[in-house]
Ligand binder design. Structure first.
Ligand code: GLN
Length: 509
């Protein structure tokens, strides 16, 4: 019988099952630990693990001081012995003095267990605290689960239809034309010029392409670089909730303190007093994402005016995420930087992924007043050097598309939204119809009592439609436990097939 002893040490706050074993959220934590340990590291047929809670109070306390003994099942899952033996009880900190235990940070478990199994070296110092305080992206994880079950992926928001041909041609021409070396760090002159022209044309905004634009690897990098460039440790950043999952880790990486303000269901509106109360002396910035992921809300002129006045009153930044600016069904897209007094305190972030259906190109940008742009450019330079040069050349072609392209984009998305919303209504979901973006955040209470993660997994496996569990859009998972998010940036044929599968849902739950 293989015997191995494992001790757990901090920093592991915020740990959840997903961090321990991405993609395996079935079973108890002890089963998952044992499974990973056995299958990926030790390869043993039987196992014996001592569990110590220590700093993992919340998750492991129920198992503290127990020894698990068992053997893997034929499915690869581990079934611990029926009655784990209660061993010694380990007070929280005693394990550090116990030479028999191998202290280890558990994350990432798969890459650290091998050395752990072989040598008694303390691994706790190998992982920085900040990397243990957030999970891998649930959205991207759901894509992997969807692939595994060959489900229709309405989880991660990427189109399954092609991007515009002229841009593809321009990219190929750029590569063949030897535009394959670094572009200027903050973006090729042609693309920055095209972005500036677009902002003049669409929003009446004068942007200096030489001093105010930084082209980045996706809007994701633009937001992260903006946090790192403008937010100091301890600063507060206001995030409207539910929120796109990246903002949480962005705040953590910058050592900022997120302050969450709810968008109120069912219409996901902003309650003025709650927002006012969130602003204070430590507020450094607010993230303004409109059209909104995951609710599809398009913030109104009044809501943006309130945000603008609070930013001015409290001398705070607005970091906008306008990646869905051209995907709207009703209302107008308002760019906060065009508000009086906001240009000098707004970082306008957007990108090409959604507008030109090219999420894999990773092209985004930040527009900021020169001193801020300077700081963002420096962070961007040392993070990535620059975005792919030939794709920047092709992006400039897309930025010059005329109104016909955008009208077409909206018409197509409207059709997709209508297919999606009728399918969801018919299946028994409750939701507010999105005004923009390409998501529906839907309440499944009328269909099932399962928690969101379980429901999303069940849907992926048994119905063949993958979604994102609602909890991944909330700082407190309980707030999203009755919700799942559907992305409808898919061909009508894909959505019609999804609708057909969803129609079978009420009979199956
Ligand atoms: N923004 C998209 C979504 O919310 C894609 C996320 C991602 O994986 N970068 O699904």
């Amino acid at each position: 019988m293989f015997e191995h002893r494992v001790g757990f040490v901090s920093p592991l706050d915020g740990l959840n099952l997903n961090q321990i074993a991405p993609g395996r959220r079935d079973g108890s934590i002890s089963e998952i630990l044992a499974d990973v340990l056995l299958r990926e590291v030790i390869g043993a047929a039987e196992y014996h693990i001592d569990l110590h809670a220590g700093d993992l109070e919340e998750l492991l306390l129920p198992f503290a001081g127990y020894a698990l003994t068992g053997r893997p099942t034929s499915t690869g899952w581990v079934r611990p012995s029926r009655a784990p033996t209660r061993r010694a009880s380990f007070p929280s900190h005693s394990r550090r003095d116990d030479p028999a235990l191998v202290p280890t940070a558990l994350l990432p478990l798969t890459s650290h267990l091998l050395p752990l199994a072989c040598c008694p070296v303390p691994f706790c110092s190998m992982i920085a605290h900040r990397a243990t305080t957030f999970t891998e992206s649930v959205i991207r994880e759901m894509t992997r689960i969807a692939n595994q079950h060959e489900a229709i992926n309405l989880a991660q928001g990427f189109p399954d239809f092609p991007m515009p041909a002229p841009m593809k041609d321009a990219a190929c021409a750029a590569i063949r034309g030897d535009i394959n070396q670094y572009a200027i760090t903050w973006g090729s002159p042609a693309l920055r010029l095209a972005i500036a022209e677009k902002y003049r044309r669409w929003y009446g905004m004068e942007v200096d392409p030489d001093r105010e634009i930084t082209v980045t690897c996706g809007a994701t990098e633009a937001m992260a670089a903006t946090f790192l460039a403008l937010v100091d440790p301890g600063d507060e950043v206001i995030i409207l909730e539910p929120y796109y999952e990246n903002y949480g880790p962005d705040a953590i990486l910058a050592d900022a303190r997120p302050v969450f303000v709810p968008l109120e269901p069912p219409r996901w509106t902003l309650e003025p007093d709650r927002l006012r109360r969130a602003f204070g002396p430590r507020t450094k910035a607010i993230i303004v994402n409109t059209p909104h992921n995951p609710t599809g809300r398009v913030l109104s002129r009044d809501e943006l005016s309130l945000i603008a006045s609070l930013c001015i009153e409290h001398d705070a930044w607005a970091f906008t995420d306008e990646i869905y600016e051209h995907i709207r069904y009703t209302g107008t897209h308002h760019s906060l930087a065009s508000w009086p007094g906001m240009r000098e305190r707004t970082v306008t972030i957007s990108g090409l992924s959604k507008t030109f259906s090219c999420t894999g190109w990773r092209l985004g940008y930040a527009i900021a007043p020169p001193p801020a742009a300077n700081a963002i450019r420096k962070v961007h330079d040392f993070l990535t050097v620059g975005a792919p040069a030939p794709l920047q050349a092709a992006a400039a072609v897309g930025m010059a598309f005329d109104a016909a392209y955008y009208n077409h984009l909206v018409r197509d998305y409207q059709e997709r939204r209508d297919i999606m919303t009728s399918a969801l209504t018919e299946a028994g979901f409750r939701f507010s119809v999105p005004d923009g973006a390409y998501y529906v955040l839907a309440d499944f209470s009328a269909l099932s009592d399962m928690a969101d993660e379980e429901f999303a997994k069940w849907m992926t496996r048994d119905v063949g439609v993958a979604t994102v569990p609602g909890s991944s859009f909330y700082h407190d998972p309980a707030l999203g436990s009755r919700l799942v998010r559907f992305a409808f940036c898919k061909k009508t044929a894909t959505l019609e097939e999804a609708a057909r599968r969803l129609a079978s849902l009420p009979a199956r739950v």
